[in-house]
Write a protein of this length. Structure first.
Length: 96
């Protein structure tokens, strides 16, 4: 089934926790932390990794650093299928 932008926005409004890991943001805030303008939340290890089940670290990082990390991470894993165990090299400061 094809989802259009209207359907996606409606899902975000009616079921945000099903689409976004909002509990992670609440955990970050309960720890007394906050995001400032120009920052994004770094979740490490990435939630798509098996290792994240053992626990994650959360921290605020500059937007450019976080987007650079995610771009580099995506380019490293894009050729691997589900269940693969690629060796990922962490570069830069937006990892976690």
């Amino acid at each position: 089934m094809k989802t259009d932008v209207h359907d996606l926005l409606q899902a975000f409004i009616t079921q945000p926790n099903d689409l976004l890991p909002t509990e992670i943001v609440h955990t970050f805030e309960r720890a007394g932390e906050s995001l400032m303008p120009g920052q994004l939340l770094s979740v490490y290890p990435p939630l798509c990794s098996v290792e994240s089940a053992a626990g994650i670290s959360l921290r605020a990082v500059p937007t450019f650093d976080r987007l650079s990390f995610l771009s580099d991470f995506a380019s490293q894993i894009e050729v691997f299928g589900e269940g693969s165990r690629p060796k990922v090299v962490i570069r830069g400061g937006g990892a976690g």
